[in-house]
Design a protein around this ligand. Sequence first.
Ligand code: NI
Length: 178
Amino acid sequence: MQIVVPEEFKPLWIHDADHPIVKLPHPALRRVAQPVVKVTKKTQLLVDDMLRIMRRANGVGLAAPQLGIDQRVIVIAPMDYRPMALINPVITKMEGEVLGTEGCLSLPGLYGTVKRAKYVEVDCLDRRGREITIELEGMPARVLQHEVDHLDGVLFIDKVDVATLHWAQPGEQDADAE
Ligand code: NI
């Protein structure tokens, strides 16, 4: 899909040292990321960076490829949840279907309706490298699925109902960006 960024949204699409989140069509967004072989201090520093950058961007999720980093690491902070890191996340169970509006920090200002599973179970490593299983439902499950897609080079515009795609200033939109 060809995305033409309207003039008034172009300032949001800057990618430089002060705006570390890469934007479409950066090639990092289309790569399949590599599993983390061992969770080290370096991985933890990456997680801390990701949490900080996500917060500063007012996002609810961020995947390492969005920083141009080729590793299967995501952070999510959906409403009412403590921010958490998931390393090498694998969705092991998906149930139900629900429509919802999504945006993405790598396509800032663009929103649309995406169908996602309502409930997911995820196996992953936490920030300290411990194996954990997480169950998520509703909005947190949506964020998780969006971020795991980033690890496989998939963007929400690949799954969106094209008729619902629209531009809105972040903050004036009822969905958060991921
Ligand atoms: Ni995204």
